[in-house]
Design a protein around this ligand. Structure first.
Ligand code: NAP
Length: 342
């Protein structure tokens, strides 16, 4: 093994400041593992982090971005018991959140991989063994790299907090990472899925993944009426709210009585607005979701194996072409954008 590795590093906010540099390969502390990264995946937040727009988690410079990775452990500290050399692992985004309620430290921020903690767009990374999660054996590193944020967020919304049951109707928004994982998880658990998109072609691809209905929001901006119509007037039981802003009003309009909205994203606006009366009349539950804990991640991985869920990867870029991967993210991916590091 060389002493140095290649790393994409930001010297200042702005994608133009993301450069490939050499760093020493980090050494492990007593409870750390050194991971040779096989692949990383990009999330919408990676764009915000690079542009310095994700407050209050703006990282200090210089900074290595990206939260999600999968790879193989090549060295361990003396006190490591959970994993050994050769094991394939991912990192849990919230480094301190193991189970139950989030620990109080999470309120003060500073605890998430890829901003403000150092990220994983590097040939090697060191993480605590407590942050490491075993890769499902059915998945390649490229596939597993898509799980830590996008899949776990959808899982937390639908299963951990949403208690989804077979036969319920789920509505997911757009055709990016969280939305398509929401679709696949919901279908695997016996739910029926409606998906919205601004692109009719993407809706056809989403229907091939098991959605029973697609709503083209470019053609039908007032999309809630169509969701009500295709559910025979009942509305949907769960919404993954990925757009935010005024879109939340339509999600509430589309909801069944006592239905749940998982507030996850803000693609269309960081401030959300609602009518109080509509919230009360629907007896709606709105649940904020922020990725999830390690125990949930491990349970989700069991379900991914059991149901044979394969992450939807739009494109895999080589490590040298990380900037092209970010440009793809900016255009709006169908599923996940992955960077391979081999
Ligand atoms: N709370 C959490 O824990 C958490 C975790 C992960 C992500 N998020 C948030 O959830 C959102 C989605 O994240 P992601 O990583 O899944 O995104 P992504 O993979 O980049 O996908 C975004 C997709 O949403 C649609 N879209 C993009 N901009 C839009 C706009 N202005 N209005 C309507 N639709 C738009 C596009 O689909 P179409 O072209 O099909 O319309 C696009 O492919 C982001 O706001 C992200 O910050 C939150």
């Amino acid at each position: 093994m060389n002493d140095t590795m290649r790393v994409w590093q930001l010297s200042a906010f702005g994608l133009g400041n993301l450069k490939l540099v050499e760093h020493p390969i980090p050494s492990v502390g007593p409870r750390d593992v050194l991971v040779k990264v096989g692949a990383v995946s990009l999330n919408y937040r990676d764009k915000l982090i690079v542009e310095g727009q994700l407050l209050p988690d703006r990282p200090a410079m210089p900074f290595v971005p990206v939260s999600d990775m999968a790879g193989t452990i090549v060295a361990i500290g003396d006190g490591v018991t959970r994993f050994g050399v050769g094991d394939r692992v991912m990192g849990n985004f919230w480094t301190q959140w193991i189970n139950g309620a989030p620990p109080p430290e999470m309120r003060r921020h500073g605890l998430s991989l890829g901003g403000p903690l150092p990220g994983v767009l590097a040939e090697y990374v060191v993480i605590s063994e407590d942050v490491a999660v075993a890769v499902p054996s059915s998945l390649s590193d490229e596939e597993a790299s898509t799980l830590p944020i996008a899949a776990l967020t959808a899982w937390f919304a639908l299963v951990e907090t949403g208690r989804l049951t077979a036969g319920e109707i789920v509505l997911v928004q757009g055709t990016g990472g969280v939305s398509l994982f929401g679709l696949q998880i919901a279908v695997a658990l016996g739910a029926r899925v409606i998906i919205t998109s601004r692109d009719a072609g993407k809706l056809e691809r989403a229907k091939a993944l098991g959605a029973f209905h697609g709503i083209d929001t470019s053609a039908t901006p007032a999309w809630a009426a169509e969701a009500i119509e295709v559910t025979s007037g009942d509305g949907v039981d769960h919404v993954l709210e990925l757009i935010g802003g005024d879109n939340l009003r339509q999600s509430l309009d589309a909801l069944s009585s006592g239905g749940r909205i998982a507030q996850i994203g803000f693609l269309g606006g960081a401030d959300i607005s609602l009518t109080a009366l509509q919230l009360m009349l629907r007896r709606a539950v709105i649940q904020g979701v922020s990725v999830g804990h390690r125990r949930g991640f491990e349970q989700m991985n069991d379900a991914i194996e059991r149901h044979g869920i394969k992450p939807v990867i739009d494109r895999v870029y080589p490590f040298d072409e990380a900037l092209a991967a970010y440009a793809h993210l900016d255009r709006g991916p169908f599923g996940k954008v992955v960077i391979s590091i081999v």
